[in-house]
Design a protein around this ligand. Structure first.
Ligand SMILES: Cc1ncc(COP(=O)(O)O)c(C=O)c1O
Length: 360
């Protein structure tokens, strides 16, 4: 089976982990600092705070910018649940705006139409690694005095107008889960250029402490381990090559599939460099059957995501609703194909041939 994702872990990562184990220092030490510094310079931001997951990063970021009970946060219905869960963890209300059918990201016009006097922030997700229309979102924030928060869990390495995703919002969050563009096992990062936000996040991740046993806030244990950070630092050094490979793989898939009727290949906006976390096509016919047939052909295609978030049973208790027909249609048509950097040209040809064969 050609897998949808496969982390690249080699001798360098093993050596880095071994060095940490030999040091005996296992949590939030020099490896975490070195990983944070490397990401700070890669992204071009003033502050980076490594945490235990992308979910933890979102929770801390929302708390640090002051999202609180009664606030509304406009976000996308087509994302992983962690995005919405972070808003709810602040007892704030997610308000779902519809997406742009080409990029699968928030449509700025729909965002602006969703603003009320309770709106405090826009939580934008760069889905599949394609950057959102950040200028348009930023302009809306300026017009209505809102905060722009970026969920970059899927977009590490993607750029908008030559700047890394995660550098426009007041605060941004990354994930290093194994399927992501780099991994630390579990892990996440907060990026910001605001010293006060960075300071709150740093204390919150470690039980609210500034100094040992001096607790200034009601905090958490969202620390990153030294083992995770050591892996992450090696992974980050390899990221530029992997991004090139992802892009080349995406181009090969597009070349092989773009003429086929019944398929829409991914769109890339001219001001963006796609991070190709996922290569997501649309199919016009019976997507679930196509996915099943692809499994039979040895290709692990996946559906991100089969439901809009406001349709998830867990959220009914908060009477969360939404009406986003474009996102709802996407949940029936999207299909992500393997694009990760471990694939060779033959694997990609196998994917292309299989897709051609199963779509009737
Ligand atoms: C868009 C998005 N946001 C947030 C997360 C949460 O990240 P994590 O799984 O590291 O908690 C993920 C990833 O899984 C994601 O894809």
């Amino acid at each position: 089976m050609i897998p949808i994702s496969k982390p690249m872990l080699g001798d360098e990562e093993i050596a880095a982990v071994t060095a940490v184990l030999r040091s005996g220092n296992l949590v939030q030490g020099s490896s975490v600092t070195a990983f944070e510094t490397a990401l700070q310079s890669y992204l071009g931001v003033s502050h980076t705070i490594a945490v235990s997951s992308g979910t933890a990063a979102l929770q801390l970021a929302l708390e640090a910018v002051g999202i609180k009970e009664g606030d509304e946060v406009i976000t996308t219905p087509l994302s992983f649940a962690a995005t919405t869960n972070a808003i709810l963890s602040r007892r704030a209300m997610p308000v779902f705006a519809d997406i742009d059918p080409r990029t699968f990201n928030l449509d700025p016009k729909k965002v602006e139409a969703s603003i009320t006097d309770k709106t405090r922030a826009i939580l934008a997700v760069h889905l599949f690694g394609h950057p959102c229309d950040l200028d348009a979102l930023q302009q809306i924030c300026t017009r209505h005095d809102l905060l722009l928060i970026e969920d970059c869990a899927q977009s590490l390495g993607g750029t908008y107008k030559r700047k890394q995703t995660g550098t426009k919002g007041i605060v941004s969050c990354f994930s290093f889960y194994p399927s992501k563009n780099i991994t630390t096992g579990e892990g996440g990062l907060i990026a910001t250029s605001e010293e006060s936000i960075a300071d709150i996040c740093r204390t919150l991740r470690n039980q609210g402490q500034r100094k040992p046993y001096e607790h200034h806030r009601l905090g958490f244990n969202f620390r990153m381990t030294e083992i995770a950070a050591a892996i992450g630092k090696v992974q980050l050094s390899r990221l530029p090559d992997w991004l090139k490979q992802r892009k080349a793989n995406a181009e090969q898939l597009t070349k092989g599939l773009q003429q086929r009727t019944g398929i829409t290949v991914p769109f890339v906006s001219p001001e963006s460099e796609h991070a190709w976390h996922q290569y997501t096509i649309r199919v016009s016919e019976d997507r679930d059957k196509i996915q099943e047939r692809l499994k039979g052909e040895g290709v692990d295609a996946r559906v991100y995501y089969p439901r809009v978030l406001y349709d998830q049973p867990v959220y009914k208790q908060w009477m969360i609703s939404g009406s986003c027909p474009i996102a709802e249609r996407a949940t029936k048509e999207v299909l992500s194909l393997p694009v990760h950097p471990q694939l060779c040209a033959d694997d990609l040809d196998t994917v292309i041939t299989a897709v051609q064969r199963v779509i009737v």
